[in-house]
Write a protein that binds this ligand. Structure first.
Ligand SMILES: [Zn+2]
Length: 153
């Protein structure tokens, strides 16, 4: 019986979801022929929290992803929404091509994520919520501009 390293890693952790969900496990592998080292992250990624185990995109206004939430839509796709009012425009986001779902029943929210993760992981066009075409404007935007000026001063 042969087993891939990925399968062995999953076997070793033997159902300890709690342990694995505390932090990602990085698996580095060296190709014996090419000497090329590749990496994969065994990442916990419940879709409403950290979809597909990939860090959420940064909000361009807040310059962090701390306030960005994934709004789950039909078909397991998401729209990004920041508490400041910016949302992702255009098509919804689905599982990126560099992510693969872990094929183990008890690891349903776990994914193999290529390492290093492409930067940016998501190409997001941000816009004001409820405004078409991603154009910014309105009282909310002016209010936020004032806020960010206050922070700088
Ligand atoms: Zn924001």
């Amino acid at each position: 019986m042969s087993m891939t390293v990925e399968e062995a890693l999953i076997e070793v952790f033997g159902g300890r979801r709690g342990f694995l969900s505390r932090g990602p496990v990085l698996l580095m592998q060296r190709n014996p022929t090419t000497e090329v080292i590749s990496g994969r992250i065994l990442a916990y990624g419940p879709i409403s929290h950290t979809p597909w185990g990939v860090p959420k995109p940064d909000c361009p206004d807040c310059r962090t992803n701390l306030n960005v939430q994934a709004q789950v839509k039909t078909g397991g796709k998401v729209r990004w929404a920041c508490v400041c009012g910016l949302v992702s425009k255009g098509p919804l986001f689905k599982k990126p091509s560099f992510v693969e779902h872990v094929d183990a029943g008890w690891l349903q929210d776990f994914y193999w994520v290529e390492y290093p993760i492409p930067n940016p992981a998501y190409k997001v066009t941000w816009g004001q919520k409820g405004v078409d075409g991603g154009s910014k404007g309105g009282a909310l935007m002016e209010g936020r501009r004032k806020d960010s000026m206050d922070v700088k001063n």
